[in-house]
Design a binder for this molecule. Structure first.
Ligand SMILES: *Cc1c(COP(=O)(O)O)cnc(C)c1O
Length: 495
């Protein structure tokens, strides 16, 4: 399997090359040249396997320059040994008529662990394959969850360092503390004055800066990315959609071949793109439903075919979705443009120069054939948390609540009663303060007070990873001006 860039379209690269590079030199994103076929026979075969077995079978169809034993070792290091509660990385819970795919049983309590527990292994194997002598520097712009998951995934990994930037005012108290107290000898973290888009564009600039690249090279270093612009981040996410389908078949909730709908709370468009890739492979998905919060640029795009980022940035209770430039949408655009790299590059140029672009009528038809979109504002988010808890005794975090609310609205509007998987992306305890607010729970002083109040009200045990935070020393409390990232990177790497 070879990979091509969304903006160049002809140069072919191997999986290990694209995982190591992260982003293509002209700024495009790498995509597989074609999608491996998930036949009915293969899907039936996968149903009989455990999560690791399913992951191995799917990964090997994309990572054709990896050996079986390399893939097996990577998958087992990521998903076994207690990293995910009960060694079950992606269980389903039935809530009303929906199936919630709980992707937050890993070390940082959000779905980013699904990819970031695996990526370091894919990256180090890729480095070896490419004969790279350089140590890898991972730069991460985070809306809260990716940063912590990357820090946990890469901490103390040999030949790697990780530098994380988060919007100082744009993450939850638990998210901030998780990052500020990060352990490990190869990590550094800083807040920035600005929002996630500011952090993401500053990181993208450093990535493609020839001067910085040369300074790194002189030190025997190179950049790579753990953001979902790296194909190695997307690939592990394809697995859980296929695995969820298998679990529904195995649990006799679904007959083999029957379609499902998937609702995904969306920010950077990585998670829902992975579902779209699963559909492209042949997984019977009828509709992909993109759920946004009040930063509803994607919902508008689904509605009108116009992507217009010129609108106020509205911090919300679901901060990991507070994004106006969804970088992975470029990979979908490439498909909507029928894989025409020049056309894709032109749309991306319009976005960066004019802040907007519009699809043609036929591109728009291709979009709406697969996707629907809607959004929920903050008030709606809190009321969904409360109503799901009162109706089903089940706690959802604000991101999952956005997806659940959009799911219920879609049901009402469309009457489409296809069985539906709603993707649940974070533990409610990661956003205890917002969930307490939704349930009108009061609490006293202290970082863990809302967590304890929530645990008592719901009769649940909070994750250990959150309970231990209060006792950890803060290691990183620096806040940078928007222009100060490069200096911080140089300082951290002694360039
Ligand atoms: C990252 C994140 C999202 C958004 O996922 P994308 O792949 O960026 O669309 C949703 N919910 C949570 C909890 C997240 O951490």
């Amino acid at each position: 399997m070879n990979y091509i860039s969304t903006r160049e379209g002809t140069a072919k690269k191997s999986a290990s090359e694209v995982i190591l590079e992260g982003i293509s030199p002209e700024g495009g994103l790498y995509v597989p040249e074609s999608f491996p076929v998930l036949s009915r026979e293969l899907l039936s075969h996968l149903c009989g396997l455990d999560y690791c077995g399913r992951a191995r079978e799917i990964l090997k169809r994309y990572l054709t320059d990896f050996t079986d034993s390399e893939i097996m070792a990577a998958v087992e290091s990521a998903y076994t040994g207690g990293k995910f509660q009960g060694d079950l990385p992606a269980p389903l819970s039935k809530v009303g008529d929906a199936y919630l795919l709980e992707l937050w049983h890993g070390p940082t309590c959000a779905f980013k662990d699904m990819a970031l527990q695996l990526l370091p292994h894919l990256l180090s194997t890729s480095g070896k394959k490419q004969g790279s002598e350089e140590d890898i520097v991972i730069l991460v712009a985070t809306s809260g969850d990716t940063g912590k998951a990357a820090l946990e995934g890469f901490k103390d990994a040999e030949g790697t360092s990780v530098l994380v930037f988060y919007p100082q005012e744009g993450v939850s108290a638990v998210q901030k503390l998780q990052m500020q107290t990060q352990e490990g000898s190869n990590v550094a973290v800083a807040g920035i004055r600005g929002n996630f888009d500011d952090a993401q564009s500053a990181v993208k600039e450093m990535f493609t800066s020839p001067a910085l690249g040369a300074a790194l090279k002189a030190k025997g270093l190179r950049f790579s990315s753990a953001n979902s612009i790296n194909f190695g981040r997307l690939l592990p996410q394809i697995v859980y959609y296929i695995s969820a389908y298998c679990d529904l078949v195995e649990g006799e909730e679904l007959a083999m071949g029957d379609p499902i709908n998937v609702v995904v709370p969306t920010g950077n468009f990585g998670n829902i793109l992975a579902a779209y890739y699963a559909k492209q492979m042949g997984l019977p998905i009828r509709r992909l439903i993109c759920a946004s919060n009040q930063n509803n640029v994607l919902a508008d795009f689904m509605d009108t075919g116009v992507y217009d980022r010129s609108r106020p940035f509205l911090p919300s209770y679901s901060p990991s979705m507070d994004i106006l430039i969804s970088s992975n949408l470029e990979r979908l655009l490439f498909e909507l443009c029928e894989r025409d790299a020049a056309a894709t590059a032109a749309l991306m140029k319009a976005l960066s120069e004019e802040g907007r672009y519009a699809l043609t009528e036929s591109q728009r038809q291709r979009l709406t054939a697969d996707f629907a979109g809607d959004y929920l504002d903050d008030a709606g988010t809190l009321s969904v948390i409360a109503s799901v808890f009162s109706r089903y005794g089940y706690l959802v975090d604000p991101h999952t609540a956005v997806a659940f609310g959009v799911y219920e609205r879609y049901l009402k509007k469309s009457g489409d009663d296809t069985k539906t998987v709603v993707v649940s992306t974070a533990s409610p305890f990661k956003f205890s303060d917002s969930v307490c607010k939704a349930l009108a729970l009061t609490y006293g002083e202290g970082t863990l007070a809302p967590t304890e109040a929530l645990a008592a009200a719901a009769g649940l045990e909070p994750p250990q990873a959150i309970l231990t935070l209060a006792n950890k020393p803060v290691r990183f409390s620096q806040v940078l001006e928007r222009g100060g990232l490069e200096e911080f990177v140089k300082g951290s790497l002694s360039l």
